[in-house]
Design a protein around this ligand. Structure first.
Ligand code: NAI
Ligand code: MG
Length: 335
């Protein structure tokens, strides 16, 4: 059986890490077929828009996309393409695993294995309420949190815990200060948690969470939180385990899912062939899990770990002298 996925090669280092990722996937006989679609600067240059209708149609049809980072031009009135994709496909769950890997210069070469589940469609990121007064002296932002939005993300986190055999969900909030928005999120989370007596649920205020993550990250299993907190916490978690080159993310909705690296298009190293392909490869592993190919996903992760362990042609961000493609080939050779 073949499955067609939409592939977006993206901007900056995007094409380099995507070619490397597809090289690895091709070595696995997964029965995947790629439908290439443009988005970002490359689409703006070719088609005059950042997010062409053909790309939207492709994702809508295939329901699965593997996406490299996209550059959104700053200060030219364009809204973020990533936020736009999440909005248009209602990709409400942003799922970001952070796991210790060997030989990464990380402060936690072992012991960290957590997943941040970030609400992806509400809160401070939606921009409806962004206002700057005419004199430029006052800025206002409205945050909207709904019971429905909170319920579905918390439920997603608990279901993920059950599916992956995890034991604990930490609800991260700031309900002591943000009484309305964070308060509604927390109240809703408590109600959902009551339906999952088999999973331990605890609550933690976001600032304390940041300190706890840095001091004792091994205490966390699944974290569920609102959009802005989740954005910040998941980058913090990426930093705990070796940086952005190893941090994948999935954007999951009911009708579509987009898998990616957490990092951006890295214009400072684009075109040099030295970007670390692991974040996108780990995003591809999440995609395989989503497609019901968990055994293949585990094999891919194991090959990445084995390559890191052997220090086989690692990219410069990991202290090696390899290239994007030599690293990918070393991973593929272990599959
Ligand atoms: P960035 O993540 O592109 O780069 C930050 C730093 O990390 C740079 O020094 C870069 O060289 C390094 N880095 C990132 N990925 C790497 C990799 N795979 N291997 C080795 N080093 C890596 O963040 P920045 O510079 O803030 O943003 C650049 C552009 O990316 C912006 O236009 C931004 O809008 C876009 N962006 C896109 C995202 C997406 O499409 N999901 C997410 C974040 C940013
Ligand atoms: Mg971010």
């Amino acid at each position: 059986m073949t499955t067609t996925i939409t592939v977006i090669r993206g901007d900056g280092i995007g094409p380099e890490i995507m070619d490397a990722t597809l090289h690895v996937l091709d070595s696995m006989n997964l029965g995947l077929q790629y439908e290439f679609a443009d988005a970002g600067m490359v689409a703006l240059e070719k088609h005059g828009e950042l997010l062409p209708a053909a790309t939207m149609d492709s994702i809508r049809k295939n329901r699965i996309a593997l996406k490299s980072p996209l550059t959104t031009p700053v200060g030219e009135g364009f809204s973020s393409i990533n936020v736009e994709l999440r909005k248009r496909f209602d990709l409400y769950a942003n799922v970001r695993p952070a796991k210790s890997f060997p030989n990464t210069k990380s402060r936690f070469p072992s012991g960290v294995d957590l997943i941040t589940v970030r609400e992806n469609t509400e809160g401070a990121y939606i921009g409806e309420g962004q206002q700057l007064s005419e004199d430029g002296e006052t800025a206002v932002l409205t945050q909207k949190v709904t019971r429905r939005g909170s319920e579905r993300i918390v439920r997603y986190a608990f279901e993920l815990a059950r599916k992956t055999g995890r034991r604990k969900v930490t609800v991260v909030h700031k309900a002591n200060i943000l009484k309305s928005t964070s308060g509604l999120f927390l109240k809703t989370a408590r109600a959902v948690a009551a339906e999952y007596p088999d999973i331990q649920c605890n609550e933690m205020i976001v600032d304390n969470t940041c300190m706890q993550l840095v001091m004792k990250p091994e205490q966390f299993d699944i974290i569920v939180t609102t959009n802005l907190f989740g954005d910040i916490i998941s980058d913090l978690c990426a930093g705990l385990v070796g940086g952005l080159g190893l941090a994948p993310g999935a954007n999951i909705g009911t009708d579509a899912a987009i898998f990616e690296a957490v990092h951006g298009s890295a214009p400072d190293i684009a075109g040099k062939g030295i970007a670390n392909p692991c974040a996108l490869l780990l995003g591809a592993a999440q995609m395989l899990d989503h497609l019901g190919m968990s055994e293949k996903a585990e094999r891919l992760r194991a090959a990445i770990i084995a390559t890191l362990e052997a220090k086989d042609t690692l990219t410069p961000d990991l202290g090696g002298e390899g290239t994007t493609m030599s690293f990918a080939k070393a991973i593929a050779s272990r599959l």
